[in-house]
Design a protein around this ligand. Structure first.
Ligand SMILES: C[S@@+](CC[C@H](N)C(=O)[O-])C[C@H]1O[C@@H](n2cnc3c(N)ncnc32)[C@H](O)[C@@H]1O
Length: 322
């Protein structure tokens, strides 16, 4: 037994704090009543640092799957701090074009500052596509009439999970690309998280976190629906994949993965407690135990991001595309 004590208290005599996810009643009416996104994570500096951290963990694999060609025109919906948006621009090169659309002025300000820092006041134009970061709602994006139907690629990551009707955004994305252009969706299926050996209390908190999405009328399992959303929005699904977002003791990225998850739960503690399934104190205690758990030599965290690609029907002339 490690000095951290028993990882598993499945035999504790008290009542489970939460019911299994499948037993939690779902309120589809909430979705019908609301169209806009509820973004639970916020935009504090700590949360922005977490978002940046998360990008460093999964962007390389995402970019590998995207296989962006020189000259591509790309629009990124819910571009956040613009980390992957900038990576798109580097991949598309000077002849490409990248637009990022973000609703939060805080996120946009930080994204623009990071862009300036990255360019480092260079006298020569940077070796990437020009990036236009715009303030606006992804569901009603600030695109000029003559920009619709011109992009080669429309991308969104971690925004569909915050929308009550994610198909609305996918329809916007299909309209934004040219015939033959592609729509790339990346999002989470929270139900797949596995921690082993299981740190005490963490899965109860995780299930309550999932429940907080449902209470807001959002879909915490949107990842598994991404192909269906492409189809429903009029795109032709072409590929689906997972981006591994896990790791284990002994990997250099493991502490960052753990910190990402810990901060997500800390940041959403109020929303989690509002479900009535666990208290704020329970969240803090479970997250503290989770951090301690991560120092075990046998700790493993299994998670992944769902990734899909679909094509807008019709033939069009692609820039840098097949
Ligand atoms: C989890 S972050 C992901 C950012 C970025 N896509 C990434 O993967 O790093 C989601 C972003 O979507 C933004 N957002 C939420 N609702 C939005 C909306 N309706 N329109 C545009 N952006 C939105 C949030 O402000 C936040 O910056």
């Amino acid at each position: 037994m490690s000095s951290l004590g028993s990882p598993h208290r499945a035999t504790t005599p008290c009542q489970p704090l939460v019911r299994p996810l499948a037993e939690i009643p779902y309120d589809p009416g909430m979705r019908a009543r609301r169209r806009d996104s509820i973004y639970v994570h916020g935009t504090t500096r700590r949360e922005q640092a977490r978002l940046g951290m998360m990008n460093t963990l999964i962007n390389d694999r995402a970019l590998g799957l995207m296989d962006i060609r020189p000259g591509e025109w790309i629009v990124d919906f819910g571009s956040g701090l613009g980390q992957i948006t900038r990576a798109f621009a580097r991949a598309a090169g000077r002849s490409g074009r990248v637009v990022g659309i973000e609703r939060s002025p805080d996120q946009l300000r930080t994204a623009r500052r990071r862009l300036r820092v990255e360019d480092g006041g260079a006298r020569r134009a940077p070796a990437r596509a020009p990036i236009d970061l715009r303030l606006g709602d992804a569901l009603d994006p600030p695109l000029a009439p003559d920009e619709w139907g011109t992009f080669d690629t429309a991308h969104t990551r971690f925004l569909l999970e915050h929308l009550p009707r994610p198909v609305d955004l996918v329809r916007v994305m299909v309209r934004a690309v040219r015939p033959g252009g592609r729509v790339v969706l990346q999002d989470e299926d929270h139900d797949i998280l596995r921690l082993f050996p299981e740190p005490e209390g963490m899965m109860e908190v995780w299930r309550a976190y999932i429940r907080s999405y449902e209470r807001a009328g959002n879909d915490p399992s949107v990842g598994r629906r991404l192909v269906a959303l492409l189809h429903e929005a009029g795109a032709v699904p072409r590929r689906c994949d997972w981006i591994f977002f896990g790791g284990c003791a002994g990997e250099s990225r493991f502490p960052t993965l753990v910190e990402n998850l810990a901060r997500i739960l800390e940041g959403a503690a109020a929303a989690i407690a509002a479900t009535g399934l666990v208290s704020g104190r329970h969240v803090r205690a479970a997250v503290a135990r989770f951090r301690a758990w991560s120092r075990r030599p046998d700790a493993a965290l299994w998670f992944a991001v769902a990734w899909v690609e679909g094509i807008r029907p019709g033939r069009g002339s692609g820039r840098g595309m097949d």
